[in-house]
Ligand binder design. Structure first.
Ligand SMILES: [Zn+2]
Length: 229
């Protein structure tokens, strides 16, 4: 009833072109097609074999992530979840670019999904870890195993303020494994999840911590890519 009233007062709109849509969380088909462009990155010098990014970090995707992270506006989430859902379902049906499907093949039978950790002080200030909000319910809903074995062992500067070299130094050695988790990671395909992938410095620092537990392989998936598509 309350939702119906809200829909009447503020009819749902596509976050891309602002056209009206049928229900909240929906993109219009044209914008969905424009933004949902899964791309696989495979850096040779990274401990991560392959990183799948679902959309470029620009326009409406960038706005939605800003709303979520800096304005703590969880109203942005349904639109971001919709991109994840569409990508996953489309990969199932091979209806989208081959990169998402290729990534699904890398996952194997029993991947273990792990969010990049925030420092406890940052998480407290923000009220949530965006990597968890974006991915956890979606992935567990699909029957995937979710584990939070990483911890940030020291505070770091926000990566977007730094250049590539500074980013590496900023996060190097900043992550560790929480006690008692190493066994669950051994010989597993571990998939790091986060919101944005740019230089990969944060992901690589997380992967270095995970490697100590002897996983079979490390992959990663993020909603957006700050790299040129
Ligand atoms: Zn649109």
């Amino acid at each position: 009833m309350f939702t119906a009233l809200l829909d009447f007062l503020f009819p749902p709109r596509c976050p891309g072109c602002k056209d009206y849509t049928e229900s909240p969380g929906q993109w219009c088909p044209a914008c969905e097609e424009e933004y949902l462009a899964p791309k696989l990155f495979m850096d040779v010098d990274s401990p991560i074999e392959a990183v799948l990014c679902l959309a470029p970090y620009e326009g409406a995707v960038r706005e939605l992530l800003h709303r979520l992270k800096f304005r703590r506006d969880e109203g942005a989430l349904p639109y971001l979840h919709q991109l994840i859902k569409q990508c996953w379902e489309a990969a199932d049906e091979s209806a989208i670019s081959g990169d998402a499907e290729r990534f699904r093949n890398y996952l194997g039978d029993d991947p273990l999904f792990v969010p990049v950790a925030l420092h406890p002080a940052r998480e407290k200030e923000r009220g949530f870890n965006q990597a968890v909000l974006l991915w956890r319910d979606f992935l567990t809903g699909w029957g995937y195993q979710w584990l939070e074995p990483l911890e940030r062992t020291r505070e770091t500067l926000p990566q977007y303020t730094l250049n590539k070299k500074e980013r590496e130094e900023n996060v190097q050695g900043a992550f560790g494994l929480r006690q008692g988790y190493a066994e669950q990671l051994a010989s597993r395909t571990v998939v790091l999840v986060d919101d944005i992938y740019t230089t990969g410095a944060t992901m690589n620092a997380c992967a270095d911590a995970l490697k100590k537990a002897g996983p079979k392989r490390i992959l990663a998936i993020t909603l957006a890519s700050g790299r040129n598509f």
